[in-house]
Design a protein around this ligand. Structure first.
Ligand code: C2E
Ligand code: MG
Ligand code: MG
Ligand code: MG
Length: 282
């Protein structure tokens, strides 16, 4: 029977899939030790005010310095970390590291908002709000300088529970932002009730600006919606001058993307800031 099953299995799995599964198994066990081995790093991508280029904040983006594979981006390990709940300790590490860095910038006279991406499991953990409160107390970071990025999907699951948690976070004074806006399935009636501060226009729309009519219409509508709701609106993935001009003309508040600045480590970010001359007001 075992032999028959063995043969059946090999008929269903390509050798490539088998090696991929083995790779994942190895990656998973290495992921479990990556925090203690200090293999994670944060990069910070600048966010600037659209009207005058003023440097206002950063988004923290995780990288994994894998001992054999080199630098891995989130797409290569976050899903795996989520599957095995390793995202909870990894996410806690990201928050601690981001808050520590933000506190240093503050102390150095460079107040920047630091935005951190959350995963569903992390946000749903019963002690999540308490962990943020403890983090703020521990680091001494003024709460308004920490921004938590949530996706539409995270906000639309279990609406009453989410509303309660968001209200508690808001009470702590941290900022809340909806990431990749326009790609999920937000209900506008729920959106109206969410205590959020910011919306980020997904880069799939931004990338097609200004020529592509549909994306231009959607980006414009998201900006209108955010402003109508009294929220700050940020465009992500801004690469070109034409995109920047479109977004500025349509009233987008902040810009983030390779055309503004790449994700950089803290030292390189300081050099980036010193090297640039702020754009004169339009
Ligand atoms: P996101 O939150 O939408 O982050 C923006 C992503 O777009 C980043 O990719 C960034 O490097 C990339 N990007 C920035 N500017 C441009 C541009 O002009 N053009 C293009 N094509 N791409 C640009 P990254 O760092 O690979 O992160 C991918 C995703 O992984 C993030 O998307 C976020 O959802 C997730 N992620 C990153 N860090 C963390 C983390 O610490 N925790 C969790 N749970 N997720 C994270
Ligand atoms: Mg994000
Ligand atoms: Mg995003
Ligand atoms: Mg995105």
């Amino acid at each position: 029977v075992a032999k028959a099953r063995g043969r059946a299995t090999s008929a269903f799995f390509e050798p490539r899939q088998v090696s991929l599964a083995r790779d994942n198994l190895m990656l998973e066990s290495q992921l479990g030790h990556a925090i203690e081995h200090e293999e994670f790093a944060l990069l910070f991508q600048p966010q600037v005010r659209a009207c005058d280029g003023q440097f206002v904040g950063v988004e923290a983006l995780i990288r994994w310095n894998h001992p054999q594979r080199g630098l891995l981006v989130p797409n290569e390990f976050i899903a795996l970390a989520e599957q095995h709940r390793l995202i909870v300790p990894i996410g806690a590490w990201v928050l601690r590291e981001a808050a520590r860095q933000a506190r240093l910038w503050h102390a150095a006279g460079t107040p920047l908002t630091v935005a951190v991406n959350l995963s569903t499991l992390q946000f749903q953990a019963p002690d999540f709000v308490a962990s943020i409160e403890a983090l703020l107390a521990e680091t001494g970071l003024p709460p308004g300088w920490l921004e938590l990025e949530l996706t539409e999907r995270m906000l639309m699951d279990d609406v009453p529970g989410v509303l309660a948690r968001l209200a508690q976070l808001r009470q702590l004074g941290v900022k809340l932002s909806v990431d990749d806006f326009g790609t999920g399935y937000s209900s506008l009636s729920h959106l109206k009730e969410l205590p959020i501060d910011k919306m980020k226009i997904d880069r799939s729309f931004v990338q097609e600006l200004p020529q592509q009519r549909e994306s231009a219409a959607i980006a414009g509508a998201i900006i209108e919606l955010a402003r109508g709701l009294g929220l700050t609106v940020v465009a992500e993935g801004v690469e070109t001058e034409a995109q920047r001009e479109f977004l500025l003309a349509h009233g987008c508040d902040q810009l983030q993307g390779m055309g503004i600045g790449a994700p950089l480590d803290a030292a390189a970010l300081q050099a980036w800031q010193q090297a640039r001359t702020p754009r004169a007001p339009a």
